[in-house]
Write a protein that binds this ligand. Structure first.
Ligand code: GLN
Length: 194
């Protein structure tokens, strides 16, 4: 089992480090041709506009196809924006793998970045969460579960094999959220083998 980290822009190395610490084989994915080599994809934080432009339409199109087949995705911050089905102030989604609406930069400018501890459903308490110009989820579709809230806003959610967070678990030493995603991927791989 190999997990890809979308390596176009943003906190790519940090995700690779977290996954490697969990003993996972990883691949930094930069080209659409590399997608068949992985069984899940992590979309890092960074700048969603930049990531989408560098990736380009054929890349996004391929990710949309994978999403329809239940492929596991984990998007943090900008990665969550790329996976959302709706983005406030934008007419179109990028990948649209999870039925949520997001508001970009909802937690303020870069200087307003902050860290807190969260109680995350299915994971546990005191999960460190770093927010950097973070998007908030402003609407959850049916079938999407809220795993934690901060200040009344949902900041981590899951729908099927897709996990998204407003914050950056890859910037901390706590591996529980990556581990949670890993279990989603393992379960899906086992089901595929049945
Ligand atoms: N504000 C960024 C965006 O809109 C996301 C910030 C981040 O990933 N830390 O893409």
């Amino acid at each position: 089992m190999r997990i890809g980290v979308l390596g176009l822009q943003g906190a790519v190395r940090e995700h690779v480090r977290s996954l490697e610490r969990l003993g996972v084989d990883t691949l930094v994915v930069k080209r659409v041709e590399e997608l068949p080599e992985i069984s899940a994809l992590v979309l890092p934080g960074g700048e969603s506009t930049a990531i989408s432009l560098i990736g380009g339409e054929p890349f996004l199109e391929r990710l949309r196809d994978l999403a329809k087949g239940g492929f596991p995705f984990f998007g943090t911050c900008a990665g969550m924006i790329l996976l959302a089905s709706e983005i406030e102030g934008r007419s179109e989604a990028y990948v649209g793998a999870i039925d949520i609406t997001v508001a970009r930069n909802a937690s303020g400018r870069q200087v307003h970045s902050f860290e807190t501890l969260l109680e995350v459903e299915g994971i546990g308490g005191d999960v460190p969460a770093v927010f950097i110009r973070a998007p908030y989820i402003t609407r959850l579709g049916q079938g999407v579960s809220a795993l934690a809230k901060y200040n009344g806003h949902v900041v981590i959610a899951r729908q099927g094999n897709v996990l998204v967070s407003s914050f950056h678990p890859e910037l901390t030493d706590d591996l529980r959220i990556h581990e949670y995603f890993l279990n989603i991927v393992k379960k899906r791989n086992q089901e595929d083998m049945k």
